[in-house]
Design a protein around this ligand. Structure first.
Ligand SMILES: [Zn+2]
Length: 464
């Protein structure tokens, strides 16, 4: 039997034993009160790794004019200034692949970190494990690419993406063709797609390429092809003109065009269930402050708003409106939307919301739809709570997202292959995987019990 399947069964049966076990052996998660260092690749380091450092500052540290120097003995490995990192803007110094460990012997190595110009200075000891112990598919794994009609599909050999590449290429071509028919983008280049064998953020993001997590036993529930379509929608949207393109419509459009957020789902009845759960966010709040809202609620509400507008005004008129939104002097997206709505549809944003709410209230909401929504929100909140506590480099606010082009040039694969794999990570990921399966199968009671278990375990880990 596959190890993970076995583990899931054990966990289901022996949750209480595991609780006791965890309570007795885990290290507490404490707030950062002094400089601290994260190394990459995550997990144990092996001889030949190209190691990066994130140096996090203590609360209240004024970082301007300071930098950090990292030394191994007398040799300087690198230095970097402090600045905001990631979506969350965490203040840190980041030294990308500063330490080439190729010629080291296995064993402890002591690194010296110095804040320049006037300290402090401290040492960190890391253990280098022999290269022979590196987990598969390393050391053979390398970057490779498949070219399809739409895309250059980048992957690491020996991963699930390589195994499934023929199917993935077909899915990518179908999705890209379908989106190109709605949003005829101007660029004709092959779209760069990167399949990452690690859960990062919410499973995908887009910058100068589309990055999607693709792996077996994905504890976010294996939504990779749905996420791929979402990121394709962003790609085509960004190349189809427009000016302000407020986040509420960018994300709403991506979910609407991919027919669901993490799975195909009836967006409008699902948004109606938000009202029954008292989770509806006023549109002005959502428009002006989109990303800080609860992720699944904000995206769903935005997607159903796009759906409602397309149903009411037609796709072409909606698209013309969306591409004709311009910033107003107060800098608020809600004001810009209001002005464009009045120009295109002779309606205010408040007037649109009134009609949108009437429309949602007329939708039938089944109990299973409501349960599915409620537990989906709980599931992703729990998964993010896990990331924050035990895999911070996966959490979307502080995700470790190296550029695949540099990795490919330098032959680096470990940053996307490895992640914290201690016993706590394995147990909680297995529980999340269990909950994801139950949620998808409509076994809501079971999913809820498992999520409660994960939350009580995480509570113990954080509070001890
Ligand atoms: Zn998005």
């Amino acid at each position: 039997m596959h190890t993970t399947v076995l583990m899931r069964r054990l966990i289901t049966i022996h949750y209480l034993l595991i609780t006791v076990f965890l309570a007795s052996c885990v290290a507490p998660v404490t707030p950062v009160e002094k400089f601290s260092v994260l190394t990459h690749p995550d997990g144990p380091l092996y001889v030949s790794d190209q190691v990066s450092f994130e140096v996090l500052t203590p609360t209240g540290f004024k970082s301007e004019g300071y930098e950090v120097q990292v030394r191994l003995g007398d040799k300087e490995l690198g230095r970097a200034g402090f600045g905001p990192f990631g979506v969350g803007g965490r203040v840190q110094a980041t030294l990308w692949w500063a330490w080439d460990t190729t010629h080291l012997q296995p064993g402890p190595e002591t690194l010296t970190f110095t804040i320049l110009p006037d300290g402090p200075s401290w040492q960190e000891t890391v253990t280098m494990y022999p290269q022979s112990g590196v987990p598969p598919p390393q050391p053979q794994a390398r970057w490779a690419a498949a070219i399809s009609d739409c895309c250059a599909l980048n992957y690491i050999t020996g991963t699930a993406a390589e195994r499934d590449m023929a199917v993935l290429a077909q899915i990518a071509d179908e999705q890209a063709a379908s989106l190109a028919s709605r949003l005829p983008a101007k660029a004709n280049e092959k779209i760069p797609v990167v399949f990452m064998p690690r859960v990062l953020g919410n499973g995908g993001f887009v910058s100068d390429a589309i990055y999607v997590s693709y792996l077996d036993n994905d504890y976010l529930g294996g939504a990779s092809t749905q996420v791929l379509q979402h990121e394709f929608a962003h790609w085509f949207d960004a190349r189809s003109g427009g000016d302000l393109r407020p986040s509420i419509f960018q994300e709403g459009l991506a979910v609407y065009l991919s027919g669901g957020h993490f799975k195909p789902e009836p967006l409008i009845p699902r948004a109606a269930a938000l009202l029954e759960l008292n989770w509806y966010i006023p549109l002005q709040t959502l428009a002006d402050d989109f990303y800080p809202q609860q992720h699944e609620i904000g995206y769903l509400e935005a997607a159903a708003l796009v759906g409602y507008m397309v149903e009411t005004y037609g796709w072409e008129s909606f698209n013309a409106f969306y591409r004709d939104i311009h910033a107003t002097p107060d800098g608020r997206a809600s004001q810009a939307i209001d002005a464009a709505l009045q120009k295109h549809f002779r309606i205010t944003f408040a007037g649109l919301e009134e009609k949108y709410l009437e429309f949602l209230k007329a939708q039938p909401v089944t109990e299973s739809l409501r349960d599915d929504l409620r537990l989906s929100v709980q599931f992703y909140d729990t998964a993010r709570r896990y990331q924050q506590a035990l895999d911070p480099s996966a959490h979307f606010m502080t995700a470790w997202l190296p550029d695949y082009k540099i990795m490919r040039e330098r032959g680096i694969v470990a940053d996307y292959l490895r992640h914290p794999s201690g016993m706590n990570n394995r147990l909680i990921e297995a529980l999340l995987l269990n909950a994801a399966h139950d949620l998808r199968a409509g076994k809501y009671d079971r999913a809820e019990i498992t999520l409660q278990a994960v939350n009580s375990l995480l509570g113990m880990l954080v509070e001890r």
